[in-house]
Design a protein around this ligand. Structure first.
Ligand SMILES: [Zn+2]
Length: 466
């Protein structure tokens, strides 16, 4: 009854006690399109990288990665490779340690031998439960939707002086949408904001930000934007309000971070306004705002029990933080594995590649934390880079995390509601859209280039320096 679709595969690998079946599922997933049958993708992979390489050459670039990265914050393949390898170098010793601890824990439960790829998710979950005993039901009462929305508005108010007033005199596309007028300290209109938070028939899954009308300046008139956040949170009932899981709380902050990027835009051209920036920069405003969800100073503004009004206890906050960092070095190395593989495919001259298996094994030798399993292959099912638009772009997930960790570290040093830092972020990042190169904007905000140590510090992997 189980399939390889993630909502089926992941829970199976996490919870199934049957090791043989976990191995069967793992092998089915890890040998997708590389079994030398009619659905084998090895030739397709080689052909795709060959054509991309040729196109890059025709356009005057050394390879596909150079072509793609020219219009990214990272700029060059060398910069990306240095970034990935530097992070790997720093995170790997911790990842090895985490895996050793996981092995010891598994052994304490009677496991013998070496943990294999089909064992890690299963024992991780057991260890996580043992260490944190943190389930959604305990946290949800503190995160009533209205309180969380009010919380993110307060955070935006303290940081950027924004005020939100619900209005009912504008058109909306569905009665469940709530509309707000957003103004600044001087009561000037900043934006209209539409919030569409609950699922209904025909509505797409997931969460996102978009705009109905972009900001731009024409003939001296500043056209203010119409910004939208769409989510799919459980609807309230007659007797129970909509209570969010912690991950939904961070989702709301994330999407609202994108919304701020749109609302505070202040550029001439609509095509460069708001979130119209390079892909490896666009997640900075969203991800950085998630950090406020882990801070007592912010949580006490809104994380109040929906029945008793009691503020969330500090022990719960500490547990949320600790569990967010659980086996983080291992997670980092896993993401680096994909980023490094992506860069290898798109910076190598394809005439030098003969075997997909061999090429992949060589490229990812340093990122393996469990024994390599014969006849398995990531590349033939790596749809992000061979089907979707992430070729030479997989690194940007980790890149964006470094940006947000480094940016938030600055806030944290000066105070999470420090006005000077907030002003710098607003004036150099949130309002500038794509009107300047993102690295220039970042340096104007931060005074220096992003530092990957911030990510490791946040994960508790590096000592804080005084
Ligand atoms: Zn996002």
């Amino acid at each position: 009854m189980f399939t390889l679709a993630y909502p089926s595969y992941i829970p199976f690998m996490t919870y199934s006690e049957n090791r043989d079946l976990r191995k069967t599922m793992y092998m089915a997933n890890a040998t997708k399109s590389c079994k030398n049958d009619a659905l084998d993708n090895q030739k397709n992979v080689l052909r795709i990288v060959e054509l991309r390489y040729q196109r890059a050459n025709l356009l005057g670039y050394k390879n596909h990665a150079h072509f793609v990265l020219e219009e990214q914050m990272a700029k060059t393949p060398e910069k990306v490779k240095t970034f990935l390898n530097d992070l790997l170098h720093k995170a790997k010793p911790f990842a090895v340690k985490e895996m050793n601890e996981l092995t010891k824990f598994a052994q304490s439960l009677g496991f013998e031998g070496e943990l294999q790829a089909w064992d890690t998710a299963f024992y991780r979950e057991k260890l996580k439960q043992k260490l944190f005993d943190l389930d959604d039901e305990k946290l949800k009462p503190y995160f009533k939707l209205e309180n969380v929305v009010n919380g993110v508005f307060q955070v935006a108010g303290k940081l950027y002086g924004l005020k939100f007033k619900e209005i009912t005199n504008i058109d909306k596309y569905h009665p469940e949408v709530t509309t707000y007028e957003v103004t600044d300290q001087n009561n000037q209109l900043v934006s209209l904001f539409y919030a569409d938070f609950h699922p209904r028939e025909g509505k797409r899954n997931g969460a996102w930000m978009t705009s109905f009308n972009d900001q731009y300046i024409k003939d001296g008139k500043n056209n203010r934007p119409h910004i939208v956040n769409v989510c799919n949170f459980t609807k309230p009932t007659e007797t129970k309000p909509s209570l969010l899981t912690f991950s939904e709380v961070t989702t709301l902050f994330h999407e609202f971070g994108h919304a701020l990027h749109g609302m505070l835009a202040n550029t001439v051209y609509p095509s460069l306004s708001g979130t119209s920036v390079y892909r490896d920069f666009v997640e900075l405003p969203s991800q950085v705002l998630e950090n406020w969800c882990y801070e007592e100073e912010a949580l006490k503004l809104f994380a109040k029990h929906y029945q008793t009004n009691e503020v969330i206890p500090i022990e719960l906050i500490e547990k949320i933080k600790a569990s967010a960092n659980f086996m983080e070095a291992t997670n980092i190395v896993r993401q680096l594995n994909f980023g490094i593989l992506d860069m290898a495919w798109h910076t190598t001259n394809p005439t030098e590649i003969t075997s997909v298996f061999e090429f992949e094994n060589t490229a990812t030798k340093e990122t393996q934390l469990t024994p390599v399993v014969e006849n398995t292959c990531v590349s033939t099912a790596f749809s992000h880079i061979f089907q979707g638009g992430y070729s030479s772009g997989y690194y940007s997930y980790k890149w964006a995390e470094v940006l947000d960790a480094d940016a938030f570290y600055y806030f944290k040093e000066q105070g999470i509601f420090n006005q000077e830092v907030a002003d710098k972020f607003k004036n150099n990042v949130l309002s500038k859209g794509g009107s300047e190169h993102p690295m220039d904007l970042y340096i104007k905000f931060r005074g220096k280039e992003p530092d990957s140590n911030a990510l490791l510090k946040r994960a508790g992997l590096l000592e804080e320096r005084g």
